[in-house]
Design a protein around this ligand. Sequence first.
Ligand code: ASP
Ligand code: MG
Length: 403
Amino acid sequence: MAKKVLKFGGTSVGTIDRILHVAQIIKREFDADHQIIAIVSAMSGETDSLLKKSKSISNNFNPRELDVLLTSGEQVTSALLAGALIEIGVKSKSWQNWQIPILTEGENSNARIINMNVSKIEKYLSEKGVAIIPGFQGISKNGDITTIGRGGSDATAVAVAKIFDAETCEIYTDVDGVYSSDPNKIPVAKKIEKISYDEMLELSSLGAKVMQSSAVQTAMMYNIPLEVKSTFTNRKGTKIFDQQNIDYTKSVTGVAYSKDDAKITLVGVQDKPGVAASIFEPLSKKQINVDMVIQNISSDHKTTDITFTIKRNDLLKTLQTIKENKDIHYNNLSHDEKVSKISIVGAGMVSTPGVTFKMFKSLARENINILAISTSEIKISVIISENDTLKAVKKLHNAFDLD
Ligand code: ASP
Ligand code: MG
């Protein structure tokens, strides 16, 4: 009898009708002779609305009390779901974090799950009950209620799958899987049947926000197979697992883009050891995340140009930091905030030569100018003008046979 963890996100339990529907999904799985632990989020919008209430009292609302408040959303849905299951004849029971308990470490609102007690729930599963566990919450060593960061129910599901040694962890959500590009903008984008953890991480950090990245990282660390699927259709979802279990027939799995980047160029920087460090040290001190860096070859051996990219939100802070930096000298400082980053991602590119060339050639054919490039083992990213974003994504999606 396989043990399954099923996680239902906020939209999946967003109304009473939907909760009744989720109960039917669980009943189907339970009738197929599986042991089921279900993890639930709060009803969609609920956590935000609780947060708003706290803010109407104070922008510095007491962190301990904030976690007590925010966990109430998941308490509501876990009780409603257990009640709905009982109503259709499935034995079920919900537990709050402190009843299990789910032990966390670290500060309020950003705690991490470190362990949980399995005995009560294992016993209940063996007595043919469905266990409902609220996502997103835990309890600290000294007994305070904690939360584990926004979107944290994914992390709860993965932790439960690991600690209870479940066979799979299924993430039910409002999309039916991971797509080869944004299906809203690229109608020919296709659902990916199987994807590796690494590719999923690259795609999600690039904007395909289907699952919390840190939860995917944990699943990768412990090799827990995941499946993302829709609560609202019966279609097959996307399976996420180890690269070794995937046969790559294509070099590229997906094309992602982000439109919140900005590019900065320092022209005529001195070409001597330590200059790059002097530019970037103050930025790191201000928590500004630098993404790509390009340094031109210096033709006169005296000066060079350095271009780098950052998040658009950090643009003003970055320009100001550079202007205030007395340790560096340059002729000109320029910036461009109308840029976007296009990335092709694929574990298959490791064994396929010529992917980089093909990407550049495809963009050249569309007359798209590449402003910066960065590569990793399974990803190639370029910065281009924001106006060309969709044209580039469409072209690459087609060039790498993803349409
Ligand atoms: N309810 C929490 C949030 O909205 C946790 C979750 O849904 O995963 O962030
Ligand atoms: Mg979520």
